[in-house]
Design a binder for this molecule. Structure first.
Ligand code: SF4
Ligand code: SF4
Ligand code: SF4
Length: 258
């Protein structure tokens, strides 16, 4: 019997699901091997249990926690799909700002006063933290990046179908960046998360003239202190270092570790 596969989303732009839907060349092959039972972007059907659930998005509200725990209880292999699910992503920056301040900055003081009397909406903004999936439930595998890399999605699906553990080499983005012959942006005094970030994206951002923001998350053996020292040695200010860590990782590096 074909394994039942489903896709779900929490707080996200749904770009990772779209990235997978756009893999037309590999998607048809995969669909021959699995039974796609839930995928809000493409199907209206529902199912009671899943062999593999791909879950996109970060967790914000009490109802998100309940829904994720329920999904976990009905799923054999739960995969965190993309940076929102793996590390909290850019929305986790709000963890560093009081919820009421966030709301006021976005919608203005008048809107904030209106929402304060509306308990249903206010609960969204008064919640304590934005979290990745593994802060709430056990996650069996991670597909990193913003958005995910289609080749890694294919590798993970094949591995699960063969009953093997998917392997993603724990090499830093710097390894791919050096292979690609890029000039290091640190030499120009720009922040870069490449030394501590999971590779696998072929250093795509640096190749195209930007820096690595660290969207693929922190390597398990990352030396945060050395990374901070390295950037300081290149005259990068602590404020810029802090902002870069907060951007995708929701992490406070200086003085506290990650
Ligand atoms: S990881 Fe990026 S592309 Fe994927 S859902 Fe989150 S914001 Fe969108
Ligand atoms: S530009 Fe960034 S990713 Fe590339 S070598 Fe320098 S620090 Fe590493
Ligand atoms: S270079 Fe960095 S920011 Fe860009 S995709 Fe790779 S990990 Fe993400």
């Amino acid at each position: 019997m074909k394994p039942k596969v489903a896709f779900f989303d929490f707080a996200s732009c749904e770009g990772c699901q779209l990235a997978i839907l756009n893999c037309e060349d590999i998607l048809l092959d995969i669909l021959n091997l699995v039974n796609l039972v839930e995928f809000r972007e493409a199907l209206s059907e529902k199912a009671p249990r899943y062999d593999i659930a791909f879950v996109e998005g970060s967790i914000h509200r009490d109802e998100d926690i309940e829904r994720l725990q329920n999904l976990r209880s009905r799923t054999t292999v739960l995969v965190a799909l993309g940076a929102c699910a793996c590390n909290g992503n850019v929305q986790a920056r709000s963890n560093f700002v009081a919820p009421a301040v966030n709301y006021e900055v976005i919608y203005g003081e008048e809107a904030r006063n209106r929402v304060q009397v509306d308990a249903d909406h206010w609960s969204l903004w008064s919640h304590t933290r934005v979290r990745p999936l593994d802060a709430v439930v056990k996650v069996d595998a991670y597909l990193r990046g913003c958005p995910v890399v289609p080749a890694e999605f294919l590798h993970l699906v094949k591995s699960v179908l063969h009953g093997t553990t998917p392997f993603f080499p724990p090499d830093a983005v710097c390894v791919e960046c050096k292979k690609n012959g890029n000039e290091c942006v640190l030499e120009r005094g720009e922040t870069c998360m490449g030394p501590i970030t999971w590779g696998g994206c072929n250093s795509i951002c640096v190749n195209n003239g930007y820096v690595c923001d660290g969207c693929r998350g922190t390597l398990p053996h990352a030396n945060i202190d050395s990374h901070i020292t390295l950037m300081r040695e290149h005259n990068i200010k602590d404020e810029d270092i802090r902002n870069r860590y907060r951007l995708f990782l929701g992490a406070e590096p200086i003085g506290r570790g990650v």
